[in-house]
Write a protein that binds this ligand. Structure first.
Ligand SMILES: [Zn+2]
Ligand SMILES: [Zn+2]
Length: 309
């Protein structure tokens, strides 16, 4: 019994209710664990089965955060005042019927497709060495892991997404996600199951690969990472660009402005979180980027012609 959670499990008997278990655990560990760690440990002690506890936690985390983050965007769509910040204009605000249709499709995908790998997540965690123990790692370490996952996932997403625009891959897989030329929050996960699996490797596979290499990762960090990555994907599809949007303060951040142009112009802007891959590899979307590209090519051709004279 090397794990603190395992020793808590053997000393704190779960009460009938979660609240009761939390009270008991808090009495015993008020000095050694902070409130979030006590909430976390009580949850695993109360279930008494890490496989079920982990499966339900990841499934609910995904559902609550996904739809919870979509709701504010759906409310904004119903308030005309906010439509002046809609990137593609008021005419592209989705109807309630369109949103409902998309929501049904996403829900079917969550329950029929994504629920299966979510139940396999705990055995993979255990095998790979992702810790569920308390106390949690320091905030410094959590932030370092989150920054690393953002950078690596963005790279994975750029290349996979660019590959999905190749003829047959687009036709049979990625076309579904491009049904909406003017995206809205709920469309973030409106995609073919193969695409969900391939791009999901960037979100879940990268942390697993990291822990297999280093042996250093906590499930709490993975949960925060999944939450932030979900928020990033939903916000990027929101269709709204505000003067206070993050990329105005952090120019490397992609945001809705970047991904909306991908849906609108169909090619370019393949990355998820950052703008550097599209900038460096000259795949930025939109007429302004296209004009700049043509100007650069024309200048290069003129220079070559001058050299040959
Ligand atoms: Zn695409
Ligand atoms: Zn998209």
């Amino acid at each position: 019994m090397s794990s603190i959670l395992e020793s808590i499990n053997s000393t704190v008997t779960p009460a009938a209710s979660y609240i009761g278990t939390y009270a008991k655990l808090s009495d015993a560990h008020a000095d050694t664990l902070n409130i979030v760690e006590r909430v976390w440990a009580s949850y695993f002690v109360w279930w008494g089965n890490d496989l079920i506890a982990c499966g339900i936690f990841i499934f609910l985390l995904h559902e609550i955060l996904y739809f919870g983050r979509c709701v504010p965007w759906m409310i904004l769509d119903q308030i005309p005042y906010f439509h002046k910040w809609k990137i593609q204009g008021e005419a592209k605000v989705p109807s309630v019927a369109e949103q409902w249709e998309c929501m049904k499709s996403v829900l079917i995908s969550h329950f029929m497709v994504e629920a299966i790998p979510i139940w396999g997540f705990y055995p993979v965690c255990k095998y790979a060495g992702i810790s569920i123990d308390v106390p949690f790692p320091s905030w410094m370490k959590i932030c370092a892991h989150l920054a690393l996952f953002f950078v690596l996932e963005d790279t994975w997403h750029y290349w996979l997404h660019r590959g999905l625009h190749y003829g047959p891959f687009y036709k049979h897989i990625h076309k579904q996600h491009h049904r909406y030329a003017a995206p809205f929050g709920l469309t973030a996960e409106y995609a073919h199951p193969v695409e969900v699996a391939l791009l999901g490797v960037g979100t879940v596979g990268i942390p697993i690969a990291w822990v297999m290499l280093t042996g250093d990762l906590h499930l709490f960090t993975v949960s925060v990472w999944i939450a932030l990555r979900l928020f990033q994907a939903i916000d990027a599809h929101s269709g709204y660009e505000f003067p206070v949007s993050l990329h105005h303060f952090l120019p490397i951040w992609a945001g809705a402005d970047h991904h909306d142009d991908h849906h609108r112009y169909f090619t370019g802007n393949y990355a998820s979180s950052f703008r550097w891959w599209d900038f460096v590899l000259d795949t930025e979307a939109g007429p302004a980027a296209k004009a700049e590209r043509q100007q650069r090519l024309a200048a290069k051709a003129a220079k070559k012609a001058k050299k040959q004279q």
